[in-house]
Design a protein around this ligand. Structure first.
Ligand code: ZN
Length: 327
């Protein structure tokens, strides 16, 4: 938030100057985990950490983990000591340590373990990310991102040979040509565009239901800066030209391997011409327009873990209604 200087973007900055603006964006809050990357190649250290009684382990499978809704209303990532963990046909990822010296591992398996005797249930990151603590959400995000990368990069991109996992899940090595492959992250930009009347440009994607509006977004292309990507994507999708661009915050988005880079952007032309391919409809909304749209049901609030909701909230000046809320 501190990357925005007062005056750069007058209206959004005014909404940043309140306590609400300090609320962390889901999936970006500090989780208290030190990734301790220097241990990843130290097999003796990893073996000792794995066998330590305080170590905690969870299974990730197909982007899902087991979560447990506690009687006190909180939700936890289900973790066990290593000696209880199912190790057959498993890949092991070292995720880091916490301030108490507890080590955390994820096991990638073909299916989640059965937990019929408890209240645990499987959940993907879109659901669990809203429920888990920052620590647990961060551990899950790390594990899901590694699993997606491992699943999609089993062969050497240099020679085509099957690669093997190394560095506790963070490298794949080619046994033939010696190439080392590292987890990849694909940058994508997501932006809240405002005009000279401080209205927000929100679009509806082709496959979204009627009334669902959110920020525009798109992938950064080769040889392009992220600011250039903001300008290009807004013009391609909505025909609106952009002047000033200000970075706000980023968010890991492992679906399967993106990093969302959030921006505020100022339009220099108000005319809208949607591309009809990705964006079916785009409109300028004043805060009053949006509030009235929520109240009448004409506009469906974006809701979820995405940074899109937070970008809109920062401009809107208060939390967006959740589905089912009486506005
Ligand atoms: Zn190779």
């Amino acid at each position: 938030m501190t990357d925005i200087e007062p005056g750069e973007l007058e209206a959004p900055v005014s909404t940043l100057n309140n306590a609400f603006a300090d609320r962390p964006i889901s999936l970006t809050a500090p989780g208290g985990i030190d990734r301790a990357a220097h241990h990843r190649l130290d097999e003796a250290w990893l073996a000792a950490a794995w066998s330590h009684p305080s170590t905690r382990v969870f299974v990730v499978s197909g982007g899902q983990v087991l979560i447990d809704d506690r009687p006190d209303g909180t939700t936890e990532l289900v973790m066990t000591p290593a000696f209880e963990a199912p190790m057959t046909e498993t890949h092991r990822y070292f995720l880091g340590t916490d301030a108490d010296g507890v080590s955390y591992f994820a096991l990638q398996k073909d299916s989640l373990p059965g937990r019929m005797d408890q209240s645990a249930r499987p959940a993907g990151l879109r659901e669990a990310g809203l429920l888990l603590s920052p620590r647990d959400a961060g551990l899950m995000t790390h594990a899901v991102a590694l699993e997606n990368w491992q699943r999609l990069h089993r062969f050497c991109s240099r020679c085509g040979e099957r690669t093997v996992i190394a560095a506790a899940g963070h490298i794949r090595r080619c046994p033939v040509c010696g190439a080392e492959h590292y987890p990849r992250t694909d940058p994508a930009v997501i932006m809240l565009v405002t005009d000279d009347q401080d209205r927000a440009l929100l679009g509806r994607q082709v496959h979204w239901p009627e009334g669902r509006f959110s920020t525009l977004a798109g992938f950064v292309e080769p040889g392009e800066s992220i600011e250039q990507a903001v300008v290009r994507e807004v013009f391609e999708e909505a025909g609106v030209t952009i002047g000033e661009v200000s970075y706000v915050a980023s968010q890991p988005w492992p679906f399967p391997s993106s990093l969302m880079l959030g921006f505020f952007a100022r339009a220099t032309s108000p005319e809208i011409e949607v591309d009809g391919e990705e964006i079916h409809e785009a409109r300028w909304f004043s805060r009053e327009d949006l509030e009235a749209g929520f109240a009448s049901g004409e506009v469906l609030p974006p809701y979820g873990i995405s940074i899109a909701s937070r970008l809109i909230e920062l401009w809107y000046g208060k939390p967006l209604p959740k589905p089912g809320d009486v506005v």
